[in-house]
Each structure stands twice: as structure tokens, then as C-alpha cells.
Design a protein. Sequence first.
Length: 146
Amino acid sequence: MSQYLPILGLLVVGALFASGSFIASALLAPRKRPTEAKLAPFECGIAPDFEPPARFPVRFYLVAMIFVIFDIEVVFMYPFAVVFHQLGGFGLVEVLVFSLTVLGSLLFLVSEGALSWGPRKVLVPASSPRTSASTIRRVTSEDEAA
């Protein structure tokens, strides 16, 4: 039982740290909500004409997860390569089953279209190219309208 005391102590310290972080956040966080001006995007003194995209498309995350899966497969191949002669035929069969499972999942994902990014979109500029003259003209017209 004394072997597990350090692990128990680490779990207690981790739980204390986590709960202490939540308590400190609740006590030290600002009480009032930010204003609209604080939440508005701001870049170089020019108010934007359009909203930026909210998030990446889901396809981006799918490709990232597929990369991580194959990265993990490669990590599992190194220990197998080191002890290949000790494992013999059994080890070879197990690694082949593992590799075929991952390859099968890749083929399924490709057949479902996880790696196709869809039709190419042509971006249309939201406004005319910005120059110092057009910015000054737009700012003065907004001031006159107000």
C-alpha cells in the first residue's frame, strides 16, 4: 500500500489545484460584462465592414484527426521494429492486423469524402481596395452623416 501513497498524494494535490483555480477565478474575475465597444473587432483604427468567419470548417479538424491517427500508428511501429525478432510471427500478425485496421479506416474516410475539400470558392472582395484616400473619404462621409 505504501507504493501507492505518492500517486494518491499527487491526485490530492491535482484536485486541490483544480478546485483552487476555479475558486480563484470566481473571486478574481471582473464582475461586469464587457461593453459593445470592447467586444467589437478593431484593426488599425478602421472599423471593419464585414464580420470575420467564426470558425474553421469541420473538414480542417477531420484532416487534423486523421493526421494524428497515422502519427500514432507510426509511434507504435518503432517499438515493434526494435523487438521484431523477439516477437516472431505472432508480433508480425498483430502489427498487420493493427495496420490493416488503420488502413481500413482511412479507406472508409476517403470513400466518405473526408479528404475532399469541396469545390473551389472564388473570394469576392467585400469592398474596394483600401487606400489612404478612400479611407479618409469614407471616414469624413460617416462623420457628416452623424
